[in-house]
Design a protein. Sequence first.
Length: 309
Amino acid sequence: MSDVIADLTLVTAAEIADRVSMSAAIRGLQDALRGGFDPEADLPRTIQDVPHGQLLLMPAAIDGAAGQKFATVAPGNPARGLERIQALYILLDGETLAPTAVLDGTALTSLRTPAMSAAVVDRLAERDAGDLVVFGTGPQAVRHVEALQAIRPLRTVRMIGRDTDRTMAAVGSARLLAPDAQIGAGDVSDVRSADLVVCATTASEPLFPASLVRDDATLVAIGSHEPQKAELDPALVGRSQVVVESRRVGLSEAGDVIRAIAAGDLHEGDLVTQHELFTGAVPAASDRPRIVKTCGMGWQDLAVARLAL
């Protein structure tokens, strides 16, 4: 065994869970943005199509640290009882770029994605927002309940899915994460009463009409990083304040944004970046819905991975 491999710290999924709480991950991401980091400067990732899915390589270098995530997206995995997104994360010494640790990237992704959503929602949502609707039944859908519970005391949670058994399993898992909320299965009509809406699906077409969304609602769309897919109605995107990770990512990967622009409902100049929101250059809107659209960026993984070490 080489000295490099012998010196690597291995961090398992259980160790990530023990070392980094959801609240800590949220604070870590917020601290990076409040400290002036601009995701526009994040290194671009590469996405390669392969049989049965995609390979993603996500590098990052911030605050004297560096790392890379090797991720896979396999749409057929949930039917096999496996996670759709799986990964390994390699943390590097910021100066020598020598590998110092290997982390369970699947667990890291499962934590940082909802933490990123909640970090931004915390800046946008009404202080008394507590009625949540979640589209999706997978790990991300469930962990978004945990993340939003960390920033707002949830009153009700409605989980919406296409498969009854999976929906009820997601309801059971969510109850463990937000025991004080009333949690059950729901339907599209529940969007009318929702303060918070999370879309964590593999849908290619909008999940609900724009007319159902209240002007004081905050929405999260994390289901896709593909330009041809969208979970949100272009008309809804057009009437909302839309916060993206960066303009580069929003205009190249965020199907919800790309479709709304193509339909003439949204203009590039309407987009607000996380950097603009956290530095105060653009305030949160109070007269229309707020949308958090993320596709996932390498800096987010690096910020949370460092907390685990």
